[in-house]
Ligand binder design. Structure first.
Ligand code: NDP
Length: 294
C-alpha cells in the first residue's frame, strides 16, 4: 500500500503569492495597481462565498477590486451595458462575471461581451482558442491551478495517461486540452469521460493521473483508481451533516477515506484545488496589468 501524499493548495498558493508580491511591487513603482472588477448577479450562496473570498484575497495582496452587485431580475441588456462600461474603465485590468447567471441571461453572450484582454477567467472564445492553439494568454483559473500543483510537486505528465472526469467549459475541457498540448506541462495521453460514458471505472482504473470534476459528492471511491495514481479532486460539494454546527460539510468528488492509502497523491478538499483557483485569478489579473504596460 503506498503512502498517500496530500498535495497542499495552501503551500502551492503561498509560493504563488510570494512570487506575485514582487511583481505587484514592480507595477506599483510604475504607478499601477492591478485592479479587478467582479460582477455578481443574484444571491446564489456559493457565488457570494466565492466573491467574498476573492475580495479578501485582493485586499490582502494590496490590489484594487470592486464588486458590482445586481438583483437576479437584471435584464441581459443592462448587464451588457455594464460590461461595456467596465471594458473601457482603466482602473480595471481584469473583469469577470460570476457564474452561474439567472435564466434570462445568456452566459455565452455575456462572456463574449467581455474584452478578451481583460478576461482573467479565460472563458472568452478568443482566449479558449489561444489556449487550444498552444499560445495561451489567460488560462482559466481552475485548470491553471491544477497545472501549478502538478508542477510544484514535480508530478510528470509527459507520456502519462490522464483521465479527466467531466467535460465542462470551466474545468474538464480546458484541463484536458492543456494536458494534451506539446508543452512542458502537457504531453499526456488524455481520456475525457462524462455522463454518457458507460462503465466509468474501466477508464478511471487506467489513469496515472485522475482528475475528478463531476460535481458528484465523493463519487470517486478507492475502487475507481489504480494503486499509485495521482488523484486531483476539483469537486466542491455541500452535503448535509447534522453533526456539524452549520448543518453541512464540504466534500469533494473523491471519497478521501477510501482513496487514502491507495493513491500516491491526492489533493484534499478543502485545502486543495479551490485555493489555487483564487491564486490563479490574482496571477491572471497581475498578468493583465503587465500586458497593459507593453
Ligand atoms: P458541471 O456540472 O458543469 O460539469 C460536470 C461534468 O461532470 C459534466 O461533464 C457531466 O457530464 C459530468 N458528470 C456529472 N455527473 C456524472 C456522472 N454521474 N458520471 C459521469 N459524468 C458525470 O461542473 P463543473 O465542471 O463546473 O464543476 C465540477 C465540480 O468542480 C463541482 O463540484 C464544482 O463545484 C467544482 N468546481 C470547483 C472549482 C474549484 O475552484 N475547486 C472551480 C469550478 C468548479 P455531461 O457533460 O455529460 O453532463
Amino acid at each position: 500500500m503506498p503512502e498517500t501524499q496530500l498535495l497542499s493548495g495552501k503551500a502551492v498558493s503561498a509560493a504563488v503569492y510570494s512570487e506575485l508580491n514582487s511583481r505587484i511591487a514592480a507595477l506599483k513603482e510604475k504607478g499601477l495597481t492591478p485592479g479587478l472588477a467582479v460582477i455578481l448577479v443574484g444571491a446564489d450562496p456559493a457565488s457570494q462565498v466565492y466573491v467574498r473570498s476573492k475580495e479578501r484575497r485582493f485586499a490582502k495582496m494590496g490590489l484594487y477590486s470592486e464588486t458590482f452587485r445586481f438583483d437576479d431580475d437584471l435584464p441581459e441588456s443592462d448587464l451588457i451595458e455594464k460590461i461595456r462600461e467596465l471594458n473601457d474603465d482603466h482602473n480595471f485590468h481584469g473583469l469577470l462575471v460570476q457564474l452561474p447567471l439567472s435564466q434570462q441571461i445568456s452566459e455565452q453572450k455575456i462572456i463574449e461581451t467581455i474584452n478578451p484582454e481583460k478576461d482573467v477567467d479565460g472563458f472568452h472564445p478568443v482566449n479558449l482558442g489561444l489556449m487550444t492553439a498552444g499560445v495561451p494568454r489567460f488560462i482559466s483559473c481552475t485548470p491553471k491551478g491544477i497545472l501549478r500543483i502538478l508542477k510544484h510537486y514535480d508530478i510528470e505528465t509527459s507520456g502519462k495517461h490522464v483521465v479527466v472526469c467531466g467535460r465542462s467549459n470551466i474545468v474538464g475541457r480546458p484541463i484536458s486540452v492543456l494536458l494534451s498540448l506539446k508543452t512542458d506541462y502537457g504531453n499526456a495521453i488524455v481520456t475525457v469521460i462524462h455522463s454518457r460514458t458507460p462503465d466509468l471505472q474501466k477508464y478511471t482504473r487506467q489513469a496515472d493521473i485522475l482528475i475528478a470534476a463531476l460535481g458528484q459528492p465523493e463519487m470517486i471511491t478507492g475502487d475507481f483508481i489504480k494503486a499509485g495514481a495521482c488523484v486531483i479532486d476539483v469537486g466542491i460539494n455541500r452535503v448535509e451533516d447534522a453533526a456539524q454546527e452549520k448543518g453541512y460539510r464540504m466534500v469533494g468528488d473523491v471519497q478521501q477515506s477510501t482513496v487514502m492509502g491507495k493513491a500516491s497523491y491526492l489533493t484534499p478538499v478543502p485545502g486543495g484545488v479551490g485555493l489555487m483557483t483564487i491564486a490563479m485569478l490574482v496571477e491572471n489579473t497581475v498578468e493583465a496589468a503587465e500586458l497593459g504596460l507593453q
